[in-house]
Design a protein around this ligand. Sequence first.
Ligand SMILES: O=P(O)(O)OC[C@@H](O)[C@@H](O)c1c[nH]c2ccccc12
Length: 263
Amino acid sequence: MNILDTIIAHKRTEVAARKAGTPASALEKQDGFNRKVLSLKEFLLNDARTGIIAEFKRKSPSKGLINGTADVVEVTSAYAKHASGLSVLTDENFFGGSTADLIAARVNQIPILRKDFIVDEYQILEARAMGADVILLIAACLTPEEVKRLATFATQLGLEVLLELHDEEELAHICDETILVGINNRNLKTFKVDIERSLAMARRIPDNRIKIAESGISAVENILLFRNNGFRGFLIGENFMKAADPAKAFEDFVQELKAAKAP
Ligand SMILES: O=P(O)(O)OC[C@@H](O)[C@@H](O)c1c[nH]c2ccccc12
């Protein structure tokens, strides 16, 4: 079994337990459920922002512990000044995230992606209830029919959907509801990172989609190259989180990016 299969098997067990504890009807009564959703699409198209989707990630199966001390409100509040969106891991077992982290990050008035492995409608209701604006659907662990079904459900709840692809075979997972398409440079089964994945896939994504490059981004030059290839979004986690002071690492990066952009 590869790591992705292990994560998904664990996820199905977790979700079954949570469903048994909290019925969907109770989620619908939670605070976040009726809040106005912020559009990641709109924030990505707003040139006053950087296009960076800054991720709060404490650990990962590929890197182990990334940051054991970062404060979620402090870090995400710094990110929110220039980022186009936040991504907050809510998977506990493999990524050290939590629902509480996303709820804490909600102090920020920018779109938040619930970063998790979604396999069931129930997790989309949870995402809405905890105050997320966007959910992630990963092609590597869903059939095209499942993507269509889950994306339709999310859209009906007012949430946006980020569809994550890695290779050409997954292009068939794109559907009407998946306006935001991310290319993960990391293969979730082998952890191999190849920044060229985004570039190779870019030409194959229909023009009416918003393209987002994901993973392994550590240099301003990467972003300039992605922009030249039609990308509007750049999902960055570890590069900032691994710093002793992620807020400062982010701010320095943004200054460098802005200077690079100047004529
Ligand atoms: O930390 P990085 O290399 O900047 O990557 C961020 C993000 O792309 C990565 O965390 C990610 C992309 N797709 C995922 C799916 C599940 C969990 C995590 C991810």
